[in-house]
Design a protein around this ligand. Structure first.
Ligand SMILES: Cc1cc2nc3c(=O)[nH]c(=O)nc-3n(C[C@H](O)[C@H](O)[C@H](O)COP(=O)(O)OP(=O)(O)OC[C@H]3O[C@@H](n4cnc5c(N)ncnc54)[C@H](O)[C@@H]3O)c2cc1C
Ligand code: FES
Length: 271
């Protein structure tokens, strides 16, 4: 995989939920090579006073059209400024960066868990698994119904996998405005138990979202004896493995989440 620095033209940048924006960019080189779970390091244009790039996972790509999409949440100066960027502006993207999801080749049934904006880095993985005929279940959690910004795409994708046993996404919202009221961890617990009871246990769990959610889901997967991967969101500066600002403690020592991750096998992490 080759890392490129691509001048990507912004094709669209629209608000799709509370503090949630979807940006589509023309980036044919990155679109052609990005793997599920990898990210781009973006130099936010027209913001010269802030030189650090911002890391964003690729939510979706279209190889034919040469485009990628990033779903971003407004949390600080950089992401706030991104909402002002208009179509046709060029944006420097370095990517694709990092180790993405690596489901076992033998996986027959997978459970993907996305909390908040963490649903986005799992979508290409879901496409890969459903495309390979893996029975894939999806649990999504968010604060409100309107924050479940990826739900429509997941539902469309899972409908294409109905013949392999894929069912609709299970959702939870903190305020009960859609699906189960409360945290999505109860849905994960149920999904694991139901799969075991049906004699069709999961053989892969992938989770992305706030760290407490990932820790709980990783614990549940471990208790059920299912291999689990998590995507770590550490603050990053260089994005190429040089500055050590993004290290995580693992059983094999310190690892850089920009190049050794962001996806790690959960059992390797010392949380
Ligand atoms: C591998 C990876 C993938 C990510 N994918 C997404 C995504 O798909 N959608 C999304 O909304 N967010 C994603 N994030 C988080 C996103 O990078 C931060 O929310 C964003 O950088 C915040 O920038 P800011 O200028 O608004 O915030 P500020 O707090 O003003 O940022 C200041 C500095 O800290 C860094 N920083 C701040 N928060 C984070 C963070 N959580 N992770 C890494 N660096 C941070 C920024 O890059 C910047 O250099 C991802 C983070 C990582 C590490
Ligand atoms: S961000 Fe510099 S080593 Fe990871």
């Amino acid at each position: 995989m080759t890392l490129v620095n691509e001048k990507a033209r912004i094709l669209a940048n629209a608000c799709v939920g509370p503090r949630l924006w979807l940006m589509e960019l023309e980036a044919p080189a990155i679109a052609a090579t990005v793997e599920p779970g990898q990210f781009v390091h973006m130099r936010v244009p027209l913001m010269p006073e802030r030189i650090l790039r911002r890391p964003f996972s690729i939510y979706a790509r279209d190889v034919q059209a040469g485009t990628v999409e990033v779903l971003y949440q407004v949390v600080g100066a950089g992401t706030d400024h991104m909402t002002t960027l208009r179509e046709d502006l060029a944006c420097e993207l370095m990517g694709p960066v990092g180790r993405g999801w690596q489901p076992p080749a033998s996986a027959r049934r997978a459970l993907l868990v996305g909390g908040g904006v963490g649903a986005a880095p799992l979508f290409m993985l879901a496409e890969q698994l459903v495309g390979a005929g893996v029975r894939t279940d999806v649990v999504l959690g968010a604060q409100t119904e309107s924050a479940l910004a990826c739900r429509g795409r997941y539902e469309e994708l899972l409908a294409t996998g109905a013949s392999c046993g894929c069912a609709g996404a299970r959702c939870a919202t903190d305020d009960g405005s859609f699906g189960r009221a409360g945290f999505c961890t109860s849905l994960v617990e149920e999904a694991l138990a139901e799969a075991d009871a049906a004699g069709e246990p999961y053989d892969y769990v992938a989770v992305c979202g706030p760290e407490p959610l990932m820790r709980i889901v990783a614990g549940m997967a471990a208790q059920s004896g299912v291999p689990c991967e998590v995507s770590m969101e550490k603050r990053m500066a260089c994005g190429i493995g040089a500055c050590l600002s993004c290290v995580v403690d693992t059983r094999a020592g310190k690892k850089r989440s920009c190049v050794d991750g962001p996806v790690f096998p959960a059992e390797e992490l010392m949380w």
